[in-house]
Design a protein around this ligand. Structure first.
Ligand code: SAH
Length: 253
C-alpha cells in the first residue's frame, strides 16, 4: 500500500556516498557536457571500461581509477555500490549516454537487489550524454528528422530471434534505424542477417551511413547502400544508420 503523499519521509542520515552514472558523449572533450565534467571532478573513484577511462584520462589525476573489461558490467555496478557504501563518490562512466546500452540499467538492478530506494543513504545521479545515434547523425546530415529507432545487434544477452523480430518490424514500418554493436571480431553474421531482413522491405538503393569512432581521432564515415552494406568496413566502434524510404544523399550528406 502506498503511504499518503504528505506522510513524513523517513530520512536516514546519508553517508555521503554517491553513484554518478556519467555519459561521456562520443569521446571528445568538446562534447563532454559541463555537468559530466563537474561530476568527474567531484568523484573520488572512477569505474569504467578501459577504453572509456582512456577517453578522459587527463581528468582523473589523484582519483582512484578502477578499470574493468567489457564483460564485467555487473561487477562494475557491484563495485560502485560497495564504494558508495564506504562513503565514496563514484563516477561510473559510459560512452554516449549511460542509459543507452550503458551502465544505468545494470546499476539499478544491483541497487534494487541490494534493497536500495531513492530515499536510502546512497544518492544516485544520472548525467546524460549525447548517444552514438545523435553524434553519428550529426556527422552525416539530418537522417533522424522523422521517426527512428535504435537496435543493438549484440546477441550476447538477447536471443537473436528477438532481435530479428525487432529488425523485421522496424524495417516494415519504415523507421530510420541506428544499429548499435553491429559487429565484433567474433560476431560477424548479425549485420548481414540485418541487411537481409531489411532487403525484404526496403529498396536496395536505400542510403546507409557507417560512422566509426565519431568525434574521436580515428573517425571514419562511409556512405553506402542497403544492397552494398555487407562490403562496408564495420566494426565494434561503428554505428550503422539505415535510411527510410524518404532518405536521400546530397552533396555528401
Ligand atoms: N552508451 C553508448 C552505447 C554503448 S553500446 C551510447 O549511448 O552511445 C556500444 C556501441 O555504441 C558501439 O558498438 C557503437 O555502435 C556505438 N558507439 C558508441 N560510441 C560511438 C562513437 N563514438 N562512434 C560510433 N559509434 C559509437
Amino acid at each position: 500500500m502506498n503511504a499518503p503523499l504528505n506522510a513524513p519521509h523517513p530520512q536516514p542520515a546519508r553517508t555521503g556516498g554517491k553513484i554518478m552514472l556519467v555519459g561521456l558523449g562520443p569521446g571528445s572533450h568538446d562534447h563532454l557536457t559541463a555537468r559530466a565534467r563537474a561530476a568527474i571532478a567531484e568523484a573520488d573513484t572512477i569505474i569504467g571500461y578501459v577504453t572509456y577511462i582512456r577517453l578522459v584520462a587527463d581528468l582523473l589525476e589523484g582519483k582512484e581509477v578502477i578499470k574493468k573489461s567489457m564483460t564485467e558490467e555487473l561487477d562494475r555496478a557491484i563495485e560502485s555500490l560497495e564504494r558508495a557504501r564506504q562513503g565514496k563518490k563514484v563516477a561510473l562512466i559510459s560512452s554516449g549516454d549511460a542509459g543507452v546500452y550503458g551502465m544505468a540499467g545494470p546499476t539499478f538492478e544491483v541497487l534494487f537487489q541490494a534493497g536500495w530506494t531513492p530515499d536510502s543513504d546512497i544518492e544516485v545521479e544520472i548525467i546524460p550524454g549525447a548517444s552514438a545515434l545523435n553524434t553519428c547523425a550529426a556527422l552525416v546530415g539530418a537522417p533522424l528528422t522523422h521517426d527512428f529507432c535504435a537496435i543493438s545487434l549484440s546477441d550476447l544477452l538477447t536471443p537473436w530471434p528477438t532481435i530479428a523480430r525487432g529488425l523485421d518490424a522496424v524495417a516494415y514500418a519504415d523507421f530510420v534505424v541506428a544499429l548499435y554493436n553491429p559487429k565484433s571480431g567474433r560476431r560477424t553474421r548479425q549485420v548481414l542477417e540485418a541487411q537481409r531482413i531489411f532487403l525484404r522491405h526496403r529498396d536496395p538503393q536505400t542510403p546507409v551511413a557507417v560512422v566509426k569512432s565519431a568525434f574521436r581521432p580515428k573517425q571514419r564515415i562511409e556512405f553506402t547502400t542497403l544492397e552494398k552494406m555487407g562490403e562496408a568496413e564495420i566494426g565494434m566502434l561503428s554505428t550503422v544508420l539505415i535510411g527510410n524510404s524518404n532518405t536521400y544523399v546530397r552533396d555528401g550528406l
